[in-house]
Design a protein around this ligand. Structure first.
Ligand SMILES: NC(=O)c1ccc[n+]([C@@H]2O[C@H](COP(=O)([O-])OP(=O)(O)OC[C@H]3O[C@@H](n4cnc5c(N)ncnc54)[C@H](O)[C@@H]3O)[C@@H](O)[C@H]2O)c1
Length: 237
């Protein structure tokens, strides 16, 4: 169990925080004493997460499209204007599609990479710029599908494999330049979120459906709750 108020006086941004892993992370961070920007394209969901976070002035809904450069500028400026700095950035926003290579359109391929990969690049760059000198940490959420082979999700897997390698290079650059910014990448197995429920990812991979597929490929034979991944994110801060 994580000790209380581990993020006291910290300022965080969690992207994709209107739902699933991002939402669980934002709520955990707020409970651990952080000021949290709940950043998402889903403004209704972000506002609901802020209400759930509860404590006065500890959470703020920010409309963010992670694939748009100008949206990142607005998000960072909003957070710094409100709370004076940025200490922790969790790049969690993501989308999944479940189509075989043969029937994946170029438009769909680009949309998945725009959110999952461009979004992590733009966020990491904005985070490094905001944290340079003061220090901080950036946690990028990839996926086990960026490592293992799940037939039927090539665009998603490609974007997540790229996030893993991108994050390693960015981490090495930060370590080399001693700018005080630490970058981590987490690649969860299957997690019980709306993303998992609304897509038909990997349905043919194992008898018993997606849960069986995830359990089969997960090194610990697990199918996770979003709160478990949120605790893992907190541990890396
Ligand atoms: N659910 C899983 O099994 C699983 C496993 C491994 C990794 N992941 C990764 O975890 C992250 C969170 O996924 P989740 O399962 O919580 O999904 P989710 O669908 O519950 O949440 C994703 C959130 O991202 C937001 N989002 C989508 N496009 C956006 C954009 N352009 N800008 C800002 N926000 C945007 C959505 O509005 C949503 O709130 C994703 O990166 C996903 O790929 C999920």
């Amino acid at each position: 169990m994580v000790p209380n108020k581990r993020l006291a006086d910290k300022v965080s941004i969690v992207t994709g925080a209107a739902s699933g892993i991002g939402r669980a992370t934002a709520l955990l961070f707020a409970g651990q004493g952080s000021k949290v920007a709940v950043a998402d394209v889903d403004e209704v969901g972000a506002a609901a997460a802020v209400r759930e976070a509860g404590a006065h002035d500890s959470a703020l809904a920010v409309r963010l499209d992670v694939s748009a450069e100008s949206s990142w500028t607005n998000c960072i400026e909003t957070v710094v204007a409100r709370w004076g700095r940025l200490d922790v950035l969790v790049n969690c926003a993501g989308v999944a599609v479940a189509t075989p290579v043969e029937t994946t359109s170029l438009e769909e391929w680009r949309r998945v990479h725009a959110v999952n990969l461009d979004g992590v690049f733009l966020g990491t760059r904005a985070g490094i710029r905001a944290m340079r000198g003061r220090g901080g940490c950036i946690i990028n959420i990839a996926s086990l599908s960026g490592i293992e082979v799940f037939p039927g999700a090539a665009a998603y897997a490609s974007s997540k494999a790229a996030v893993i390698q991108f994050s390693k290079v960015a981490a090495a650059e930060c370590a080399h330049s001693a700018n005080g910014v630490r970058i981590t990448v987490i690649a969860p197995g299957g997690v019980k979120t709306p993303m998992w429920k609304t897509t038909r990812l990997w349905q043919d991979f194992a008898d018993g459906g997606e849960e069986a597929a995830w359990r089969k490929l997960d090194p610990q034979n697990c199918f996770y709750e979003p709160e478990e991944i949120a605790e893992c994110v907190l541990e890396t801060c």
